[in-house]
Design a protein around this ligand. Structure first.
Ligand code: PLP
Length: 392
């Protein structure tokens, strides 16, 4: 019989979610409105220490509203981290604006502040100042926020923080998602906590949050009939999903601990293997370790590659995944501008995300480590001895 499937990152309920959902049913709040939404928003604002939170149907929708809020319009340019999920940049194009992709730096794998600065200077000189800087905290690792905030202030360009993967991460003790003019969180099923699908927009500017809620509910003006003076969207979270979210917020810190424990386990049990490296937390950066990622350097690993590890895990019914393919390499963005030195391209070549769910058992973790070590010992997933250095 095949070993049971180990997922990369699967939902992990805390216990009270189902009760909250039953309560919503009992009161018939089965709608994108209701008391659970307000309670969830209050919990979010409290946890992230911001003045306002809007519970929305996805992180992607939250990014779309954030870009509208900072005034991005057709023909505008937005600086965006290249190494990220496509959902970071897609909303830029919904508005007819253009992403300008920027490479990562090596310490956090996030947008390189020095390149951002050069690009802004170049763009201003050519008469077109970028409208926003879209920063991502990849896999939960906080970006270099001090440098980025200084650039934002110097050139008066707002930061939109894509903290979809970074709920519970902090930089200099402050929560990721609370730095930018607007911050975005995702509650998709694979994230550190989930509402089955959903997202949130966070800000210290109360007016921006109330404007986002207005646009997210079809932009209805104050009138007895349906009156509209703006184009609206249908981006509000369901009260049912918010009921799940209330339960999930109570276990968020525990989930961070559990994901960090996975990372510590991998570090302890794999870092002696030749050519394998883990991303360290630079001083002041606290990662939720949403996903633990390794890089594999084939010139040091006797020829073992990221891909061979991935395929061997897959043969053992264990899901792992290459790092995000940089967006400037994606066919859909092939005409977009890009500035960089190849850091994200190399990470994409060599990087692998290991199963990282907070619900992994010790037995699961041991099983994963055993398979990875066997690849290095020259034994593949089905027990065949492979000539080291020749395969992969
Ligand atoms: C998941 C994710 C999003 C999108 O969030 P959804 O809630 O799935 O729409 C955006 N950016 C990053 C970096 C993500 O990982």
């Amino acid at each position: 019989m095949k070993n049971p499937k180990i997922w990369l990152s699967s939902p992990h309920m805390g216990g009270e979610e189902l009760e909250n959902v039953k309560e919503a049913f009992a009161e018939n709040w089965v709608a994108p409105a209701g008391p659970a939404i307000h309670e969830f928003e209050a919990a979010l604002a409290g946890y992230f220490n911001v003045n306002g939170a809007a519970a929305l149907s996805s992180g992607t929708g939250a990014l779309h509203l954030a870009l509208i809020n900072v005034g991005v319009k057709r023909g505008d340019e937005v600086i965006c981290q290249s190494m990220t999920f496509a959902a970071s940049a897609n909303p830029i194009t919904y508005l007819g604006a253009k992403p300008i992709f920027v490479d990562s730096e090596k310490d956090t794998w996030n947008i390189d502040p020095e390149i951002v600065r050069e690009v802004i200077i170049k763009k201003i000189a050519s008469g077109k100042k970028p409208k926003a800087i879209l920063v991502v905290h990849l896999y939960g690792m906080p970006a270099k926020m001090t440098e980025l905030e200084n650039i934002s202030m110097e050139f008066d360009i707002p930061i939109i923080e894509d903290a979809a993967e970074a709920a519970g991460s902090t930089y200099l003790g402050k929560k990721c998602g609370s730095f930018g003019w607007l911050g975005v969180i995702s509650f998709n099923g694979n994230k550190i906590i989930t509402t089955s699908g959903g997202g949130a927009l966070l800000s210290n500017d109360w007016h921006s949050i109330s404007q986002a809620k207005f646009l997210a509910t079809q932009a209805k003006d104050n009138a007895p009939h349906y009156q509209h003076s703006h184009i609206g969207y249908n981006y509000r979270l369901s009260n049912i999903c918010a009921a799940i979210g209330i339960g999930q917020m109570k276990v968020l810190d525990k989930r961070v601990e559990q994901r960090r424990a996975n990372h510590a386990f991998y570090l302890e049990n794999l870092s002696d293997l030749p050519g394998i490296k883990f991303l360290k937390e630079p001083e002041g950066h606290f990662s939720n370790r949403w996903l633990t990622a390794i890089t594999v350097e084939p010139s040091l690993s006797n020829g073992v590659t990221r891909e061979r590890i991935r395929l061997t895990l897959d043969a053992e019914n264990i899901e792992s995944r290459p790092l995000w393919k940089p967006l400037h390499l994606q066919p859909v963005f092939k005409y977009a501008e890009y500035y960089g030195t190849g850091v994200s391209e190399e990470l994409f070549q060599k990087g692998l995300c290991l199963p990282s769910g907070s619900n992994l058992s010790q037995a699961d973790l041991h099983r994963i480590v055993k398979v990875v070590r066997e690849v290095f010992e020259g034994v593949d997933g089905v027990g065949k001895v492979l000539p080291i250095g020749k395969v992969g």
